[in-house]
Ligand binder design. Structure first.
Ligand SMILES: Cc1cc2nc3c(=O)[nH]c(=O)nc-3n(C[C@H](O)[C@H](O)[C@H](O)COP(=O)(O)O)c2cc1C
Length: 390
C-alpha cells in the first residue's frame, strides 16, 4: 500500500505534505494574513451549515458533472491559482495541470508560478486558465496576456484583491524565497526531505519563469521577488477590465470579490464570471468567510453572471454546501497545493478523487441524483444562511 493510498481525507493529504515539503514552502501554503482569523473562518464556517437528509429517493445514475464558464467539467471545480506551486514539488504546476486535465477540470496557472505559461502548454494537451496580476509595467502585462492567448488559455482570471500584500508572519520568519537561499537551516531541511531535494535537482525550473527573462533588469533572480512585489499596480480599478478583456479576446473571470457592490461593479464592467474570494484568508484579516457572503452576492448578481467561490473547501461536503448556496462552481487552492506537496501529479489526482467520491456519496445521501438540482432545499437555515427562500 503506497503512502497516497492511506490518504483518505484532505487533512491526511495536508499531514503528508507537511512531512515531504521543506518548512518554508509548506508554511507558505498553510498561512493566512496576520492572526489568520479569516483563513480559519473559511474552513470553520462550512461546519456551521447542516444538510437536510432525505431518504427513499431513487439514487441510481447520479451525476456530478457540470459546466463552468462554458467548459464541461467532471465536477464543478477548477484549481485555484497558487503561486510557487513548483516549490511544493519540482515542476508542480505541470504536475497539477496534468492531473486536472486527466480528471476533467480546468487548471489555473498563477502569474507567480515557477513553471511558465509555455512550460505548462508544452506539457499538457487541453487549454488551461491563466491568472493575471496587473503590474505597473503595462508592456509586460500586455505581453503576458498575449502569451496566454498564444498558449490557447481558455479563460483569464483577473485577481483584484492583491495589489498590496497582506502580511503573513510565517513567510517573514522563514525568509521564504524562490529559489530558496542555501542557509545552513535550509540545507538541513533538504536532508530531511530528500524526495523533494532530488526532484528539484532534476529540474531547472526554480524561479518565476513567467517573469524571468521577460522583463528588463530581472536577470538577478534573488532580486526578482522584491521586483514583483514592488511592481503590483496600486491603481488597478474596474475600468481596467475592459482593455484586458479586449486584448485577451476570451472570457475574463474576476477574482477576489467579497461584497455585493463590488460584484455589481465587476459585472457592469464586463466580467464574464466572478470568484467570491478573500484570497484564502491571505489578504484582509478580519474579513468574513467566503461561504458567509456567498448568498448575498448570488442574490445581487447570480442572475446576470456565473458566481464561483473559493476558500476553505476541503471536502465534497464543502463543495455541495457552496453549490447549495448558489455557487456555479468552486476553486480549490490548498486542497490542490497539499496534493502537489504530498505526491505531485498522483497527489493531485488523489485529492480530486477524494472530493469526487465524497461529493457523489453525499449527493446520494441528500436524496439528489444530479448536482444541478442541489439548492437551498438541501440545507437548513441558520445564522449563516439567512437568504430568502430558506
Ligand atoms: C499558497 C497560496 C498561493 C496563492 N497564490 C495565488 C496567486 O498567485 N494568485 C491568486 O490569484 N491567488 C492566489 N492564492 C489564492 C487562491 O487562488 C485561492 O483564492 C485560495 O487559496 C482559496 O482558498 P483555499 O486555499 O482555502 O482553497 C494563493 C493561495 C495560496 C494558499
Amino acid at each position: 500500500m503506497g503512502e497516497l493510498d492511506r490518504v483518505l481525507t484532505i487533512e491526511d493529504m495536508k499531514a503528508l505534505a507537511k512531512r515531504k515539503v521543506p518548512k518554508q514552502f509548506f508554511d507558505y501554503v498553510d498561512s493566512g494574513a496576520w492572526t489568520e482569523g479569516t483563513y480559519r473562518a473559511n474552513e470553520d464556517d462550512f461546519r456551521k451549515i447542516s444538510f437536510r437528509q432525505r431518504v427513499a429517493v431513487d439514487m441510481d445514475n447520479r451525476s456530478i458533472a457540470s459546466t463552468i464558464v462554458g467548459h464541461p467539467v467532471a465536477m464543478p471545480v477548477a484549481t485555484a491559482p497558487v503561486g510557487f506551486l513548483g516549490m511544493q514539488s519540482a515542476d508542480g504546476e505541470i504536475k497539477a495541470a496534468r492531473a486536472a486535465e486527466k480528471f476533467g477540470v480546468p487548471f489555473t496557472l498563477s502569474t507567480m508560478s515557477i513553471c511558465s505559461i509555455e512550460d505548462v502548454a508544452e506539457n499538457t494537451s487541453k487549454p488551461f486558465w491563466f491568472q493575471l496580476y496587473v503590474m505597473r509595467d503595462r508592456d509586460f502585462v500586455n505581453r503576458l496576456i498575449d502569451r496566454a492567448k498564444a498558449a490557447r488559455c481558455s479563460a483569464l482570471v483577473l485577481t483584484m484583491d492583491l495589489q498590496i500584500l497582506g502580511q503573513r508572519h510565517k513567510d517573514l520568519r522563514n525568509g521564504m524565497s524562490a529559489p530558496p537561499k542555501f542557509t545552513p537551516k535550509f540545507v538541513f531541511e533538504m536532508m530531511r526531505k530528500p524526495g523533494w531535494a532530488m526532484g528539484m535537482l532534476g529540474t531547472n525550473r526554480h524561479t518565476f519563469r513567467n517573469i524571468a527573462g521577460h522583463v528588463d533588469g530581472a536577470g538577478d533572480l534573488s532580486k526578482l521577488a522584491a521586483w514583483t512585489s514592488s511592481q503590483f499596480d496600486p491603481t488597478l480599478n474596474w475600468r481596467d477590465i475592459a482593455w484586458i478583456k479586449e486584448r485577451f479576446g476570451g472570457p475574463v473571470i474576476v477574482k477576489g470579490i467579497l461584497d455585493p457592490d463590488d460584484a455589481r461593479q465587476a459585472v457592469q464592467h464586463g466580467a464574464d464570471a466572478i470568484v467570491v474570494s478573500n484570497h484564502g484568508g491571505r489578504q484582509l484579516d478580519g474579513a468574513p468567510s467566503t461561504i458567509r457572503v456567498l448568498p448575498e452576492i448570488v442574490d445581487a448578481v447570480g442572475s446576470q453572471t456565473e458566481v464561483l467561490m473559493d476558500g476553505g473547501i476541503r471536502s465534497g461536503q464543502d463543495l455541495l454546501k457552496a453549490i447549495a448556496l448558489g455557487a456555479k462552481g468552486t476553486l480549490l487552492g490548498r486542497t490542490i497545493a497539499f496534493g502537489v506537496g504530498a505526491g505531485g501529479e498522483a497527489g493531485v489526482a488523489r485529492a480530486l478523487e477524494i472530493l469526487r467520491k465524497e461529493t457523489d456519496i453525499t449527493l446520494a445521501l441528500l436524496g439528489e441524483r444530479d448536482i444541478h438540482n442541489v439548492g437551498p432545499h438541501n440545507i437548513y437555515a441558520n445564522e449563516l444562511v439567512k437568504r430568502q427562500g430558506y
